[in-house]
Structure formats: C-alpha cells, structure tokens
Ligand binder design. Structure first.
Ligand code: SF4
Length: 73
C-alpha cells in the first residue's frame, strides 16, 4: 500500500495540505505546522498508509506543498 510521508520538521505551516485534503491534515495550534492525522512517527517523519480513493489527491497535495516535505510512495 502506498504511504504518505511527512517531513514535519521542515513544514512552514502554509496550510495548503489542510485546504486540499482536510480529511487527512490539520494545522497544529501548538507549533503552527501541519499534522498528518493518524500517522505514525518514525524518527523525524510521519507515515500514513494511503487508501486508493485518497491516492490521487495525496499526489496533488505532495506536489502543491511549497517546500516539498510531503512524499507519496
Ligand atoms: S503544504 Fe507543506 S509546508 Fe504547507 S502546511 Fe502542508 S506540509 Fe506544511
């Protein structure tokens, strides 16, 4: 199953991911960065298996992230 990988440390908090895919992303009130909901932390990154119906939109979100801290693979 493909996964969304979020390099959260380098997130600049622009909010585009939340705007495009609100079912998977939230802005953190604590540090102003995006949080990938229900993801699992692995060292510096957060990983979430992505369902088929979320795949295409997840690719769009990864492409739209201005600092390229989201990968889908
Ligand atoms: S689109 Fe990228 S930089 Fe912007 S909030 Fe989401 S993860 Fe952070």
């Amino acid at each position: 199953m493909p996964k969304i990988i979020h390099y959260r440390k380098k997130c600049i908090g622009c909010g585009i991911c939340v705007e495009l895919q609100p079912e998977l992303w939230r802005m953190s009130k604590k540090d102003g960065k995006a949080t990938l909901l229900q993801s699992v932390a692995r060292k510096d990154l957060f990983v979430l298996p992505v369902r088929d119906e979320q795949f295409q939109n997840s690719i769009k979100v990864a492409e739209a992230c201005p600092v390229k801290v989201i990968q889908v693979r």
